[in-house]
Design a protein around this ligand. Structure first.
Ligand code: GDP
Length: 296
């Protein structure tokens, strides 16, 4: 993740401010301008940056600070808190319970890392004592079932799919029913991706969701897509009741802004991040440590 550059810029802006003997409105404005530039370069959506800037200005009222207060610390803390607030929806994500069947549906564009993430998610829970199972309801991409089958076999997780059935809704329903009967407590449904946010994809997702009635729909997004993140996340949110977001490829060129955009657009918490192609390269997302890395 290329968070270092942003961290450096924010730290530089704060340092510049601390070198000034007096911290007045002008110095604060100059500092906020530099931070704004750094956030935009990190692919944070323009509107979010503007909101952040306004909030910090409202919180940091220089005139009312008693003498002796470390203004630099107060400003730094305000930036930290505001970024945390943007990433924390205040609503915890749905948590599957061991021993009680939960259905979790994965949605996202093709290539986002959805199929890989389904297995990572299953494996993560399997290690913690759940009994996961994987259903491949992606009948659109040739090879999708083979990929899921391969991953699932490697991770020793039961799977369901079909080489002949072309109706994703039917496969999803059959798979979910079978694993419910087998008392699997975490049934993960991988859906079709497609390249674009096309109407057919959204309609299919809607139908699979209606037929399987998932407890949670997770939106998987490539963390390195930059400014496109907000619109993509919002388009998915409008079609399916997204309850959580997972960002992938955070080991690559992702700059962090995608995380803020995805949370803002879906109003759902970011629960995990993918940090590599390997099945174990998967981390629980922690708001505070992410922001610490973001701003240094
Ligand atoms: P899908 O089309 O959305 O199901 O995407 P896939 O699961 O097939 O993943 C697309 C590509 O992204 C594959 O080459 C994966 O190995 C890769 N990938 C998935 N997650 C990550 C990740 O967190 N980091 C990296 N570096 N690559 C990933």
């Amino acid at each position: 993740m290329v968070l270092g550059e942003l961290g450096g810029s924010v730290v530089r802006a704060l340092q510049k401010m601390s070198n000034s003997t007096i911290i007045d409105e002008n110095v604060l404005n100059e500092c906020l301008k530099e931070i704004t530039r750094a956030l935009l370069q990190a692919d944070v959506q323009f509107k979010l940056v503007r909101d952040l800037q306004m909030n910090i200005k409202n919180i940091v009222n220089l005139d009312h600070l008693a003498p002796g207060h470390n203004k630099r610390n107060i400003i730094q803390q305000a930036i930290f808190n505001e970024l945390c607030k943007m990433l924390d929806t205040g609503e915890p994500s749905f948590m599957p319970k061991k021993g009680k069947t939960s259905v979790v549906m994965f949605v996202g564009l093709q290539g986002s890392g959805k199929t890989t993430t389904c297995t990572k998610y299953a494996l993560y829970h399997q290690k913690k004592g759940w009994k996961p199972a994987l259903v491949c309801a992606d009948t659109f991409r040739a090879g999708a079932f083979d990929q899921l089958k391969q991953n699932a076999t490697k991770a020793k997780i039961p799977f369901y799919g079909s080489y002949v059935e072309s109706d994703p809704v039917q496969i999803a329903v059959e798979g979910v029913d079978r694993f419910k009967k087998e008392n699997r407590d975490l049934i993960i449904v991988d859906t079709s991706g497609r390249h674009k946010q096309e109407a057919a994809l959204f309609e299919e997702m809607r139908q699979v969701s209606e037929a399987t009635n998932p407890d949670l729909a997770i939106f998987v997004m490539d963390g390195s897509i930059g400014q496109a993140a907000y619109d993509q996340a919002q388009a998915f949110k409008q079609s399916v009741a997204i309850g959580a977001v997972i960002l992938t490829k955070m080991d690559g060129h992702a700059k962090g802004g995608g995380a803020l955009s995805a949370v803002a657009a879906t109003k759902s918490p970011l629960t995990f991040i993918g940090t590599g192609e390997h099945m174990h390269e998967f981390e629980v997302f922690n708001v505070q440590s992410f922001v610490k890395r973001l701003i240094g």
